[in-house]
Design a protein around this ligand. Sequence first.
Ligand code: UD1
Ligand code: MG
Length: 356
Amino acid sequence: KGALNQEQFFAFLGYMVLSFFAYVLSYWMIPKIAQLTEKADIFGYDINKKGTEAGTIKIPESLGIVPATIYLIFNILGILFTRAYMPDLILSHISGLLAITFIVFLGFADDVLDLAWRYKLLLPPIASLPVIVAYTGGTQIVLPQLIRPYLGQSIDLGPIYYLYMIMLSTFQSNAINIYAGVNGLEVGQSIIIALSIAVYNIIEISTQQQHLFSLMIIVPYISSALALYNYNRFPSKVFVGDVFCYWSGMTFAVAAVLGHFSKTLMLFCIPQLINFLYSLPQLFGIIPCPRHRLPRYDQKTGLLYAIKTNLTLINLVLLIKGPTSEKNLCRVLLSFQILCTIIGFGIRYLGSQMFF
Ligand code: UD1
Ligand code: MG
């Protein structure tokens, strides 16, 4: 327990170098698989672009399947590392891996079959099953300082903790998926969240071996997702698909639950939380929810304009900032994500008296 010994440190360094190959391999394979998905009729129309008319540019879809598959290879190889240095975490590792594999399979199925929302919502809970049945860690959560005088240091949630884990993976996956529709946003936000998880683990690495484990889960994710970002950023050459959003959400949930910092993870997802809460009236059907809740693209100016009845953070930012280009909008939204991460770290370390 505690800080890394020298052997562990070098082994982990080797693992980081290996993760770099996940980047190279993904970068090389994405364009190749993109040709195949398009041929298989798996494509989407780029909605916010000038075409002969709006949305006539065909882009290969679901390319998240490539980095996700390559990531799985590296996650499996990581078992060798867990076996050697953290043998008591082997069950956690394998069950986490199984959950991530399961969601990649279900996510790709969703992309091909285009499932309705009520079925989509079921996918993360189903895929969480391996973690739920194999989880042997604690079921307590530490209470915020403010309420400790009334309820004590921590509270044992028992079976409710399992429900909490299911809710976390469901929230993570869907929150990323519904904060989307602007080139580069799905991957951009996910990479920033993943980097925050990595930095947090590095800061905390001397406190518990779980942080080393969590770091192993997240490092190959970052490298393979970065390769996808190269093709998905404005102007997109590929779309990422729901498979990408689910894979990301489940990986974050696994890294946080098995790393014992699920509350901190939520601090890195403030924009997703705002977008989700703001979306609620449409998600519950109180206000009609069209297939796409995007802003309006204007052919003449080439700018995006807010649609007030589409309750997303994307539209809210456009309302505040005024019309802007798709490229700039993504830059603003990703800057906001980074700002929120900094605030999240601030709350974690400065406001922890109140919250942790
Ligand atoms: C979610 C959102 C939907 C949003 C969509 C965009 C909710 C409830 N659902 O639906 O409002 O429009 O994501 O991903 O909030 N696309 C672009 N440019 C991009 C990314 C996507 O034009 O940068 C379009 C393409 O046509 C692509 C399609 O969106 O094929 C993908 O949509 P999909 O991921 O299937 O939508 P949902 O996740 O169901
Ligand atoms: Mg989607």
